[in-house]
Design a protein around this ligand. Structure first.
Ligand SMILES: Nc1ncnc2c1ncn2[C@@H]1O[C@H](COP(=O)(O)OP(=O)(O)OP(=O)(O)O)[C@@H](O)[C@H]1O
Ligand SMILES: [Mg+2]
Length: 234
């Protein structure tokens, strides 16, 4: 019922970790049916979720040729579709963003990550402009999320200043730099099952803000499904 692309032209920004964490949260804590589309040929996402065993998450391998149609098709059967977009500016990113209802752009608190976040935001602007040729009110909500943030460090505050100065929409919530996220990746486990309450709180808070700012989450899924039911009955 809603498609969220997680994209940045920068490798290592945290796309796969965010997709797995959000898929884990929305499926295991909110009872939603989630589809996770892996657009990265190295299949990190599929291998991780496959090994972790997330019963309410369907993993789908896609390519730049299939991502658009696969996302639209998965959206009819799932509450939320997440797309893990490979870390390069590519045709695949364009098609993933074109299919998406909203885009999340992860960035570590580093200059190269922020530069790539800005480029990715530019790609989204272009896709939005293309959509506006046909629908003048078309909007693709998007936001940068800081990942691996060290909340007490000056560098993190500076990174927030840079992102805001670059006029990029920035979420207040972030994912802190936590061993738990690294371990979950290494051991291919569900991040929320690692027993780190702070990590769970990070993901919960982030998901709540994604719901408020980007309109993706259980509340929005319920509203959309009511609307779809009303349309079918009419
Ligand atoms: N919040 C976090 N705390 C600690 N480590 C993290 C966090 N997020 C990601 N990492 C680590 O950073 C590395 C890169 O993360 P990840 O693979 O999710 O990024 P990516 O954007 O998907 O990379 P790629 O473009 O290569 O696919 C991994 O080793 C991961 O464990
Ligand atoms: Mg990845």
């Amino acid at each position: 019922m809603a498609i969220l692309a997680v994209a940045s032209g920068k490798g290592g920004a945290g796309k796969t970790s965010l997709v797995v964490s959000l898929a884990d949260y929305w499926s295991s804590r909110c009872g939603l049916k989630v589809a996770a589309l892996d657009l990265d040929p190295n299949s990190n996402l599929l291998d991780w979720i496959g090994d972790a065993g997330m019963p309410n998450v369907t993993c789908i391998r896609v390519t730049e040729d299939t991502v658009f149609d696969a996302a639209i098709a998965a959206n009819t059967e799932h509450d939320i579709v997440l797309i893990d977009v490979a870390g390069v500016l590519s045709q695949g990113m364009l098609f993933a963003v074109g299919a998406a209802d909203a885009v999340l752009i992860p960035a570590n608190p580093s200059r190269p990550d922020i530069i790539e976040a800005s480029r990715t935001n530019g790609v989204i602007d272009h896709v939005e402009k293309t959509a506006r040729k046909h629908n003048p009110t078309a909007v693709i909500p998007r936001a940068v999320v800081l990942n691996r943030s060290k909340r007490r460090e000056v560098m993190t505050a500076k990174a927030r200043e840079f992102i805001t100065a670059a006029e990029l929409p920035l979420l207040d919530s972030d994912l802190a730099d936590r061993v738990c996220f690294r371990e979950a990746w290494l051991l291919h486990r569900a991040p929320l099952s690692m027993g780190d309450k702070d990590a769970v709180r990070d993901v919960e808070t982030l998901a709540a803000e994604i719901s408020d700012r980007l309109g993706i989450g259980p509340k929005a899924a319920k509203k959309r499904s009511k609307r779809a039911k009303a349309t079918t009955e009419a």
